[in-house]
Design a protein around this ligand. Structure first.
Ligand code: TPP
Ligand code: MG
Length: 301
């Protein structure tokens, strides 16, 4: 089993990139790629990762890297995988890495098609909960109450009014071999899931929680702490589903969601009733996730 201290020193996503201080995406992808290994190809649409690793004429990858359009990551990865297979190189791992906007909003149709066809690709969605590289606009994965430039805070409006889209369960409904959620706050758990996904054939989806100090107005030194807190308070359920069977991999401590919210400027304007609404949502979500895990465990016995 992969251990953090055994990861190779040599990076596939190389040092010297231009990510913001405290970027959760850089932490996630650098380590995840080390587990997937060098016999791989990356597809990456428009997103922060592309901006900070692949802005011409600079380049931060030691493996082939493809960039086409924002909305077709899963379709492009499918084509790349099939081309390698035709060349007799079926062992090449093809990895699509896209943001929450490029996955849950723009890009969801290509993702759904590839999942339904059970294409042999790994799809990594990194969740920084907004369209960050274009200047912090809301996405379907932005949580309730959060300030973004398109969910402003003022006299009339006070952040996003809708709750977060449950993307992992949408993918789960496609009956794919592997779906997992992870967080840079729990690195051992994340890498274990990447290792598992790497060695499975068919469509694999990993959604990793990656705090964004720039967009969340949080302390750049607190990225990992925040990523842990999101799991501990129940905002982000960590689970994996192998062949549909859901297993919760870290039971939340259900610490008050307020402690997590107050570490981020994007939530600082929240009124008491907004904090209560988020706590209500978290409680309900955890009860539902637990019930679903129980149901699927029994169902796929
Ligand atoms: C079809 C299309 N619409 C909009 C854009 C502009 N655009 C590029 S990246 C991006 C936001 C990406 O957000 P996300 O996928 O969450 O990645 P992040 O920036 O947060 O890393 C947008 C709106 C585009 N390139 N193509
Ligand atoms: Mg994003």
């Amino acid at each position: 089993m992969v251990r953090i201290k055994d990861l190779p020193d040599k990076a596939i996503m190389t040092p010297g990139h231009t990510a913001c201080a405290g970027c959760g995406v850089a932490i996630a992808i650098r380590n995840m790629m080390k587990v997937i290994g060098e016999n791989s190809v990356v597809y990456n649409p428009a997103c922060c990762l592309m901006i900070f690793t692949a802005m011409y004429p600079k380049f931060g990858w030691t493996i082939p890297y493809h960039h086409v359009a924002f909305e077709n990551s899963a379709a492009c990865a499918t084509g790349i995988k099939r081309a390698y297979s035709k060349l007799g190189k079926d062992d090449v791992k093809v990895v699509a890495i896209a943001g929450d906007g490029g996955t849950a909003d723009i890009g969801i149709q290509a993702l759904s098609g590839a999942a339904e066809r059970n294409e042999d690709i790994i799809y990594i969605m990194y969740d920084n909960e907004a369209y960050m590289n274009t200047g912090i606009q809301r996405s379907g994965c932005t949580p309730y109450g959060a300030w973004t430039t398109t969910t402003p805070v003022g006299k009339v409006k006070a952040g996003k009014k809708e709750h977060k889209k449950d993307m992992p369960m949408i993918v789960h409904a496609h009956n794919v071999p592997y779906v997992a959620t992870a967080s840079v706050g729990y690195m051992a758990d994340l890498l274990k899931k990447v290792e598992k996904a790497r060695d499975i054939k068919g469509f694999r989806y990993i959604q990793v929680f990656t705090p964004c100090p720039t967009g969340w107005r949080s302390d750049t030194a607190k990225t990992v702490e925040l990523a842990k807190m999101a799991v501990d308070c129940g905002m982000y359920t960590l689970f994996e589903a192998e062949k549909g069977k859901i297993r919760i991999t870290k039971k939340p401590k259900m610490t008050p969601v307020r402690d997590y919210l107050m570490m981020q400027g994007r939530f600082r304007h929240l009124k008491e009733e907004d904090v209560e609404e988020l706590q209500r949502w978290v409680n309900e979500k955890w009860r539902r996730d637990e019930a679903l895990a129980k149901f699927y465990e029994e169902f796929y016995k």
